[in-house]
Design a protein around this ligand. Structure first.
Ligand code: ATP
Length: 869
């Protein structure tokens, strides 16, 4: 059988039993059942037991295993069982969490998976790329990701980038021509392959292969392996974990030697070392961080920001510059034509007259050099273009009829680099090229002008008049399109080289009002120490007018065009970049330079993009932000975050969420580590003071795993505080574990340790080391539960109120109930190495446990008070 590329269009349609109306939905469904979904099978994922086994490779777990062994040797079988149980439970938890995290990333991935336009039942529909089947007729246009392999049936200046498949980074031309001989993959010009990017033009394609049957599928099958990526926070916590493990081992060894020196029995000395190790290991830390991050990304997805890379959550909190597109992101992307400049006069739509030749040419140009339409009152395609269709309808020109009467002969599609679109039609039997685009571009290619009394050469005076009108429109924040045409011979072939020599027809200005929420979002960004920068393909004056309306451009700021930027040296740009708040008429390369300049200043930069050429800038930015509605698949592929509502305000919300997630993680870590610190200091103190071991390993594991986890998660759920956006962005270079942070852990842990040791001494005073140990355990547990309220925020609980985070109240009660059970249910006493206490001893425990929280809260109240004044 002939290869797909060797078959004619008729042959290939025949091979797949398809007509030009595409498959019917029933046929497609049947093929889908047969061939499976159009997805690449994931690389070999780690098996469950592999993930489970990996949970034991942690140094901290190894220390726990040693502790269990020592407990066993010392005859403390219960402790051994508890420690082993904890280790296994921890590993199960870790495995479940790994699976959950993978699932939630998968669901985020499916939210951001590409869609495809296909012909089914004779109608063009959009569907998830996974549902595309062999035999489908697929539509491709610039900015699309090719989702399956296919033979081109029709093409219009199609160019694709196949670098992911062939390694060739240059764009290649593709067309529908027939290839007869054998040829290599890269030379099959009438085929497109899955994973390629459409960089220019458009095409209609018959899908020949999907999923693992595609060329990229074959490669994927060869190198099926996914690598896990850790976020900077996870890496820094891992590093902290191993440093902590080293420190624990050294201190344990010292405590052990000290006990031996004191002539303590070896077993007792070992038990000290074990207690210390168990007290110091923050078992719940990494799972809490994962849980809080996962909850954060889910909240963001609900608020229209889909996070594709987990590390973006952390970087979001450090963002100090947001470079945003104007059209559709800061504005509504709802264009309406305002006024028309033609025959040297400004008209409204209802003054357009089809019997006037200039008017008719302008209307034809506006409707024919246009790929949009309005179906059931809804615009389809580019809003700039369907605004023109709407204008045509108001001027009594039906676009469907006109387009049927006049078939398009040739076209060069619009692209935001060139800022022009040209088509060729036969108007009144004369082949004519119609063009529309940015005035500055079109005017340079104009040689004549059409006025009421006919066509003549354009003069400088004409140009000045046109530019003056353009300026007036732009100053009102209107978007201006210029229109021109030229009559050509029959055999004239339209190309990028001959897109010039036009006759000027007129200007059409349209309004695209700012989004209502943009102004507030810009205000919030500035308050949060973030510089919003507008980057647009539109005219400088229009852009500046809109930027002023929403507060991006302020007195003393600069606006710059891409051309002016090109003329600037790096040094000059570095000097001015802070003051430039509007970049107009930018090219995608300009965007990269802008990101670069900000990054050289050490700023974490977010950059939005929607076009096919925006991908490099999105990748270069610290956080590339793609548009979910209007963005091309290529830009979504390159971005770290996708806005499902295309809205600038959503970026600010995501930044606030990113800051909150980071703050909550930091507070949860503080809570866990300060609690552990209290345990460590208590054990160290008793060791130095030659007192009995205050805690059994089971005590510390009970606290670290059960009663500490709940408040830590509750802290992770703390809602955003009002002042979240009134602080400067976090410096990305300072990690979580700063000196101040560690000092406060030491101080707060110290306070709890003091109270715990007072309880211990009281117990010892009663003559029983079992009572002493029980009192120390109960005080430490309860004090840490109270401490959960301290770590919710830097503010006092008076300012926060309990009702702002009911989870923390719930966590406190759940923890107290657990502790109560252990203390009051006699059958649990043996398992948890506790003994009964008197009411007086209970009272002392409660009082001592609440004291650290009272002291910490008083400090916070005083600090809040000082800040208010
Ligand atoms: P942003 O980058 O903020 O989204 P934009 O949408 O204005 O800005 P482009 O779409 O690149 O940027 O448009 C740049 C210029 O090209 C516009 O100012 C307009 O003059 C012209 N233009 C826009 N759309 C079309 C089109 N469909 N056909 C012809 N010219 C167009």
């Amino acid at each position: 059988m002939k290869e797909w590329y060797q078959q004619t269009k008729e042959e290939i349609l025949e091979s797949f039993h398809v007509t030009e109306h595409g498959l019917t939905s029933q046929e497609a469904e049947k093929i889908l059942q047969e061939k499976g979904e159009n997805v690449l099978q994931e690389g070999k994922r780690k098996r469950m037991f592999q993930v489970f086994a990996e949970q034991f490779c942690d140094l901290l777990v190894v220390i726990l295993i040693i502790a269990a062994l020592i407990s066993m040797v010392s005859g403390n079988v219960e402790s051994t069982i508890v420690i082993i149980a904890v280790i296994v439970m921890n590993a199960i938890l870790g495995t479940v969490q790994h699976a959950k995290a993978e699932k939630s990333l998968d669901s985020l991935k499916s939210l951001s998976s590409p869609s495809a336009k296909v012909l089914r039942d004779g109608q063009k529909i959009e569907l998830p790329s996974a549902r595309v089947v062999p035999g489908d007729i697929l539509y491709l246009e610039a900015g699309d990701l090719v989702v399956a392999d296919g033979r081109i049936l029709e093409s219009f200046s199609l160019q694709v980038n196949e670098s992911s498949l062939t390694g060739e980074s240059a764009n290649v031309d593709k067309s529908d021509g027939l290839i007869t001989g054998d040829c290599a993959l890269a030379d099959r010009a009438n085929m497109v392959y899955s994973s390629a990017l459409v960089t220019y033009g458009r095409a209609v394609v018959l899908v020949t292969g999907t999923g693992m049957d595609t060329e990229i599928g074959k490669i994927a099958a060869l190198m099926n392996a996914t690598k896990e990526k850790k976020t900077p926070l996870q890496v820094s916590l891992d590093q902290f974990g191993s440093r902590l493990a080293m420190a624990i081992m050294v201190i344990c060894a010292m405590v052990f030697l000290l006990s031996l020196y004191r002539k303590m029995p070896v077993i007792d000395s070992l038990m000290f070392a074990v207690a210390l190790a168990v007290a110091a290991i923050p078992e719940a830390l990494s799972s809490i961080v994962t849980i809080v991050q996962a909850m954060g990304t889910q909240k963001m997805a609900r608020e229209h920001a889909i996070i594709k890379e987990l590390k973006a959550v952390e970087s979001l909190g450090c963002v100090s510059v947001i470079c945003s597109d104007k059209t559709g992101t800061l504005t509504q992307n709802k264009m309406t034509v305002q006024s028309i400049y033609i025959n040297e006069t400004v008209l409204t739509i209802d003054q357009l007259d089809l019997t006037n030749q200039s008017h008719r040419y302008l209307l034809y140009d506006a409707i024919l050099t246009n790929d949009s339409s309005i179906v059931d009152g809804k615009g389809i395609g580019d809003p700039t273009e369907y605004a023109l269709v709407e204008m045509g309808r108001k001027a009594a020109l039906d676009e469907t009829l006109l387009r049927e009467l006049m078939p398009r002969l040739e076209e060069i599609p619009f692209d935001s680099d060139r800022k022009l679109m040209s088509t060729k039609y036969e108007l009144h039997s004369v082949p004519t090229v119609l063009t529309k685009g940015a005035l500055d571009v079109l005017l340079d290619r104009t040689v004549k002008i059409r006025l009421a009394d006919g066509v003549r050469d354009i003069t400088q005076k004409d140009r000045d008049k046109i530019l003056q009108k353009n300026l007036e429109f732009s100053q009102e924040g209107l978007r201006v399109l210029a229109f021109g045409y030229k009559e050509v011979s029959k055999d004239y072939a339209l190309s990028l080289d001959n897109e010039r020599g036009f006759t000027f027809l007129g200007l059409i200005s349209m309004m695209d009002p700012p989004r209502e929420e943009s102004k507030q979002a810009v205000f919030d960004a500035k308050r949060a120490g973030i510089k919003p920068v507008m980057i647009t393909g539109d005219h400088k004056i229009t852009a500046t007018a809109i930027a002023k309306q929403i507060g991006i451009f302020e007195e003393g700021d600069l606006a710059m065009t891409g051309q002016e930027l090109d003329a600037m040296s790096e040094a000059e740009l570095d000097q001015k970049v802070r003051d430039i708040s509007v970049y107009a008429r930018v090219s995608p390369e300009n965007k990269i330079r802008i990101v670069d300049a900000w990054q050289r200043r050490g700023c974490i930069t977010a950059m939005t993009g929607d076009g096919v050429n925006d991908a490099p800038a999105l990748k270069k930015a610290d956080i590339g932000v793609a548009m979910g509605i209007t963005g091309t698949e290529v830009s979504k592929d390159a971005a770290a975050m996708i806005l499902t509502d295309d809205n600038f305000a959503t970026i600010i919300k995501a930044v606030a969420n990113g800051r909150n997630v980071y703050r909550n993680i930091r507070n949860a870590i503080k809570f866990l580590l300060s609690g552990n610190m209290a345990g460590i200091l208590s054990v160290l103190y008793t060791s130095l003071a030659a007192l009995p071991v205050p805690f059994a390993p089971v005590h510390l594991l009970f606290i670290n795993l059960l009663t500490d986890s709940l408040p830590a998660i509750a802290i992770g759920m703390e809602p955003a505080e009002k002042d979240l956006l009134s602080e400067a962005p976090r410096d990305p270079k300072t990690g979580i574990l700063t000196r101040d942070f560690l000092l406060s852990i030491l101080a707060q842990g110290g306070l709890i340790a003091v109270c715990t040791m007072i309880a211990f001494h009281m117990g010892l005073g009663s003559g029983s080391s079992a009572i002493a140990s029980t009192m120390a355990f109960a005080t430490l547990t309860l004090a840490r539960l109270f401490h959960g309220f301290n770590c919710r925020s830097k503010h006092s609980i008076l300012k926060l109120g309990f009702s702002s985070n009911w989870y923390s109240v719930g966590a406190f009660f759940a923890g107290t109930v657990l502790l109560g059970l252990v203390m009051l249910a006699p059958f649990l006493h043996r398992l948890f190495s506790v003994t009964s206490l008197t009411a007086k001893q209970f009272g002392a425990v409660c009082l001592l446990a609440v004291i650290p929280t009272i002291i910490i809260q008083v400090f916070k109240i005083l600090r809040d008070f000082r800040h208010r004044n």
